[in-house]
Write a protein that binds this ligand. Structure first.
Ligand code: NAD
Length: 280
């Protein structure tokens, strides 16, 4: 079974647009980007296009490559105060000289639609998430959409980043999976992965995971985005693993579209929370 993130995300975006139109609210997302990295610029453009599609307003703040931490913090603080902005997304990675942690901590938790602020990560890890990071949240939605049982499953997550691996583990744990987190120092990665009912790979190594690392009948979720000979591929050797897994996400067309759809959903949630709390 192919876990078709593109189709599921299209369906969810259509529903979200209807919901936004019916709500009479006008959610607005602000993006902040520093410098000219082409990949980051492309991701930001995709997010603005998705906003247009679901009738979320969007503004883009572009800071030059020469910007320093204080410049980025100023932009974020201005957006925090702006009553017409409901979601703030700071595009990562930022140039190395910027103190990324300080910037993430400056985003108001109620507008932190990426879910990276320590307050939101704390809520997630305590089992009461408000805004969970979009990629892992989108993966849970995709698994649910295809009826894959999470409760009681042994889930193995490869990668421990703050945007994917760690929050993925927390979300799976919140749904009663037994979770193992693997990373670059894990002694027997292949052995750990081969025990997974649900395998999530977010390591960023092209076709690194072969069929020998996959349990027959597993659900395999490939977060990796790698470029090989000008083409996109995931961390998983798709053709060979697909023969052994019960369910698998393609790259592209799997996790990526779910990430953007979830960002839109988080932005609408933020708008509802902010606007309704003002009314009360
Ligand atoms: P990262 O570089 O921050 O983290 C990579 C993780 O992989 C680290 O925790 C590291 O310990 C682990 N790792 C590296 N080599 C390993 C190995 N040989 N064995 C076990 N673990 C190993 O990356 P990230 O931000 O988490 O992203 C991971 C991948 O997912 C990248 O390819 C990225 O482009 C992609 N990504 C995709 C989406 C999407 O929406 N599809 C979103 C975010 C990231």
């Amino acid at each position: 079974m192919i876990l078709d993130g593109k189709a599921v995300s299209e369906k969810r975006l259509d529903l979200l647009k209807e919901e936004i139109d019916e709500s009479g609210l006008y959610p607005r997302l602000a993006t902040v980007i520093v410098g000219d990295d082409p990949a980051s610029r492309m991701y930001v453009r995709m997010k603005h296009r998705a906003c247009e599609r679901v009738h979320i307003g969007s503004v883009g703040i572009e800071l030059p490559e020469t910007a320093n931490t204080e410049d980025v913090l100023d932009a974020v603080r201005r957006l925090n105060r702006d009553q017409d902005i409901h979601g703030i997304l700071v595009q990562l990675p930022m140039p190395g000289r910027i103190d990324t942690e300080k910037v993430i901590e400056a985003v108001a938790p109620g507008k932190d639609v990426d879910g990276y602020n320590p307050f939101n990560l704390g809520k997630l890890f305590s089992g009461h998430p408000v805004f969970a990071p979009c990629t892992p949240r989108g993966i849970i939605t995709l698994l649910d959409e295809y009826g894959i049982d999470i409760s009681g499953a042994h889930a193995v997550v490869a990668g421990r980043s703050i945007d994917v691996g760690r929050p993925m583990a927390a979300l799976l744990l919140n749904r009663d999976a037994t979770v193992t987190i693997c990373h670059s120092r894990t002694k027997d990665l292949a052995g750990e992965l081969a025990r997974a009912d649900i395998l999530v790979s977010a390591i960023g190594k092209a076709r690194f995971i072969g069929p020998e690392m996959v349990k027959p009948g597993a659900a395999v979720v490939d977060v990796g985005i790698n470029h090989v000979d000008g083409k996109l591929c995931g961390d998983v050797d798709f053709d060979r693993v697909a023969e052994k897994a019960a369910a698998i996400t393609p790259v592209p067309g799997g996790v990526g579209p779910m990430t953007i759809a979830t960002l839109m959903e988080n932005t609408f949630t933020a708008a509802k929370r902010i606007i309704c709390s003002r009314v009360v």
